[in-house]
Design a protein around this ligand. Structure first.
Ligand SMILES: [Zn+2]
Length: 85
């Protein structure tokens, strides 16, 4: 089974622009953004125009290097609440 990739919605248009126009980011980029207030390419930078969830919904999402490698169509899920570790 592929690992789930959790994504978070970017509500700030400025952040969307920083994320190459993507609407969502993976939890790792989200955590880095929460901590530093900036999107960083340190962990990798993989924009997906159509990141697919299990129900067939697709999202414009930016993944870090790890999530970019783990991505399989259908293993993306939207985080309704911030994921706290
Ligand atoms: Zn990630």
């Amino acid at each position: 089974m592929a690992q789930t990739i959790w994504i978070h919605k970017l509500s700030d248009p400025k952040k969307k622009a920083e994320a190459d126009g993507m609407d969502y980011i993976c939890e790792h980029l989200f955590q880095a953004l929460t901590q530093s207030g900036k999107l960083t390419k340190v962990n990798g930078w993989n924009p997906f125009d159509k990141a697919g969830a299990k129900d067939g919904t697709t999202y414009r999402a930016l993944f870090c290097g790890t999530c970019g490698k783990n991505y399989n169509n259908g293993n993306v899920r939207m985080a309704k609440e911030p994921v706290l570790v």
